[in-house]
Design a protein around this ligand. Structure first.
Ligand SMILES: [Zn+2]
Length: 197
């Protein structure tokens, strides 16, 4: 499960995986990503891997959430505004799973968890404060931009027009760890594509 697609177009991490100082939530079992426009719900959430929807539900802590099972791992998105999929739906990487929101939380973001192993009764078992099989999602996400990532940039840019580009300029962290040189060449390609249309 290396080289996974990013779950959001915005790679701006708002909270990392790992121990937390807060007593309420001693270990953060996922990674949080904010919206393209901070605080505004509506960003698309993309499937990071091919699999099957195990569950769509609501809880006080997760809000509206989904669990998708892949070959030998699972992933979960929480705090969604809406979900496009239902139990047992087949999922391909890159397809839209739902919309980012603030259900079960106060700030608009997606909480992404990855668990090694298949879903089973031990899915929610804890090892101290941490879910037994949770791993840091961000270590699996692509560090380079691929053609399909670029297409997403084009799609989102067309939806958001100037606001998207201004956000990129204002928030240098938006593109996460994509190297600046790759990002600049991607922008040049985007300009070419838009010109051709
Ligand atoms: Zn979180």
């Amino acid at each position: 499960m290396t080289n996974l697609r990013w779950p959001t177009i915005n790679h701006r991490r708002t909270s990392p995986f790992g121990p937390r100082a807060s007593t309420k939530d001693k270990f953060h079992d996922g990674t949080d990503y904010g919206a393209i426009r901070a605080g505004v719900a509506g960003d698309e959430l993309f499937a990071i891997g091919k699999g099957k929807v195990l569950f769509v539900g609501r809880s006080a802590a997760y809000g509206l959430y989904i669990i998708i099972e892949c070959d030998n791992w699972c992933y979960l998105y929480a705090h969604m505004d809406s979900c496009m999929l239902s139990q047992n739906d087949q999922v391909v990487a890159g397809q839209i799973v739902g919309i980012m929101g603030d259900s079960g939380t106060e700030a608009v973001h997606v909480h992404v968890e990855i668990r090694t192993g298949i879903y089973g009764p031990n899915f929610w078992d804890k090892d101290g404060d941490k879910f037994k099989n949770s791993v840091d999602p961000e270590t699996y996400f692509r560090k380079a931009m691929y053609t399909e990532d670029l297409q997403t940039v084009v799609d989102v840019a067309e939806f958001n027009s100037g606001d998207f580009w201004q956000n990129l300029i204002d928030n240098k962290a938006t593109m996460g760890e994509v190297p600046v040189s790759i990002f600049i060449s991607a922008l040049a390609k985007v300009c070419d594509i838009i010109k051709e249309r």
